[in-house]
Write a protein that binds this ligand. Structure first.
Ligand SMILES: *Cc1c(COP(=O)(O)O)cnc(C)c1O
Length: 438
């Protein structure tokens, strides 16, 4: 399979790259994002039996459709089995109101799916190399932890995490800074967008990126999106025959929503998508008025969605041939303030005795609104993180101790934070790389 930049609209073959380049170099020189030259579909045979397939079997079929030309099936099976070491249960709150729990992985957020798959695929792609691979990742909260966990102790790899100082929760920070070994944390005096800009800059400086053998683990990396299609298919196939779900996706960088669009391209029957955001509503605004205007992010209680310039927007848009009219037919946008999000956390708890985290609560609000506008719709809201990752908010809304902290998170509380603080400028970051990455 060949990969093409979203900016290479003429499909100039000399700008196309192979899988290894697309995954390890992440960012095309023209500043677009890589997409498969031809989007794969799964045939009638697959969809006819898909309801009987396990999560793993669905994952293997999808991985084979995307990567089968380049990666042998037995290697893909191992990668998928290693990724899906936990389930993604579909919970029904009320008729038509479903929650897809994506937080059963080691770092309690959906990003474990993408990070675990990416780490395994990168390890396979570099299996014959003796140079150390350095994975750069900017995080607004959950990405860094998932990537750190996925790469921890993977031989031949090192991870450098950039996170915005003072803008991630205490336990999130421990997930980034206390793991040690081949994982290094840089605390940046700026916003998530500043962190993301530094990572992007490092890749655009081709000489630096190549000499240091840098790769990116942000959702600009295509290998994170593919495994996220698995749970769209798996959850939809648990609904009664013939029901087409509306997927409601709490969104920041829009990797998760783009994965849903890829699932639909694979052939999954989907009624509609809802892009649910907090006050960082660049995409809902675009869906409303056709103007795409990135702007600085603002801090909210759903901090993993505090993104003012969503990196996957160009991918989303490319799936609709960059047509606003086409995108509007498939996706609705809705945004919610912190105040109503807090109220939703309380409401879901009192109505259903279900503890939903602030990100999932933004999604649930959008699902409620969508069903009110389109009676009879069946929504699947993606619950992207476990509520215990946000103890301040959960305690404030539901009372102390309402949410139990899973053991795998609780053990971090006593570990020591180790991080280097840097300003948001390029030069100090470049100097740090020069001094620390061989
Ligand atoms: C990353 C994250 C999101 C946003 O996902 P995108 O793919 O960037 O849109 C939402 N919720 C949680 C908990 C996250 O960690």
């Amino acid at each position: 399979m060949k990969y093409n930049s979203t900016n290479n609209s003429t499909n100039n073959p000399s700008h196309q790259v192979d899988l290894k380049e697309a995954i390890l170099r992440s960012l095309p020189p023209d500043n677009g994002l890589y997409m498969p030259d031809q989007l794969p579909t799964l045939g009638e045979d697959f969809w006819a039996i898909s309801r009987e397939l396990s999560f793993q079997e669905i994952g293997i079929a999808v991985a084979d459709a995307f990567f089968g030309e380049d990666v042998p099936l037995d290697a893909l099976k191992e990668i998928v089995d290693g990724t899906l070491a936990f389930d993604a249960p579909l919970v029904t709150l009320a008729p038509g109101d479903h929650i897809l729990e994506l937080f059963h992985g080691p770092t309690l957020a959906f990003k474990d799916f993408g990070a675990r798959f990416m780490a395994r695929l990168m390890a396979w792609l570099t299996r014959d190399e003796d140079r150390e691979l350095t994975v750069l990742v900017a995080t607004s909260g959950d990405t860094g932890g998932a990537v750190a966990s996925a790469f921890h102790n993977v031989p031949g790899t090192r991870v450098v995490i950039l996170y915005p100082k003072g803008k991630v929760s205490g336990l999130q920070e421990k997930q980034l800074t206390a793991i040690g070994g081949n994982i290094t944390a840089l605390e940046i005096e700026g916003t998530f967008d500043d962190c993301q800009a530094l990572v992007k800059k490092a890749f655009l400086e081709r000489e630096v990126a190549e000499r240091m053998n840098l790769t990116s683990a942000n959702s600009i990396n295509l290998s994170r999106l593919v495994p996220q299609t698995f749970y769209y298919i798996h959850s939809a196939r648990q609904l009664p025959e013939g029901v087409r779900p509306v997927f409601v996706v709490p969104s920041g960088n829009f990797g998760n929503l783009t994965a849903g669009l890829l699932a639909k391209k694979l052939g999954l029957p989907v009624e509609h998508f809802v892009a649910a955001t907090n006050r960082n509503d660049v995409v809902p605004e675009y869906l409303r008025n056709g103007k795409y205007e990135p702007r600085p992010s603002v801090a909210t209680i759903s901090n993993a969605m505090d993104v003012g310039s969503p990196s996957n927007f160009v991918r989303m848009s490319s799936l609709f041939e960059n047509s606003w009219d086409e995108m509007k037919l498939s996706i609705s946008g809705m945004s919610f303030s912190d105040e109503v999000t807090r109220a939703a956390v309380r409401e879901v708890n009192s109505l259903y005795d279900y503890q939903i985290d602030p990100h999932g609560a933004v999604g649930w609000l959008a699902a409620e609104k969508y069903r009110a506008l389109h009676p009879g719709s069946v929504t699947i809201t993606l619950e992207t993180a476990h509520p215990s990752k946000f103890p301040d908010i959960m305690d404030a809304e539901l009372g102390l101790g309402a949410v139990e902290i899973p053991e795998r998170l609780a053990v971090l509380a006593d570990k020591e934070k180790v991080a280097t603080t840097l300003s948001k400028e390029w030069e100090p970051f470049r100097d740090w790389l020069e001094a620390n990455i061989r």
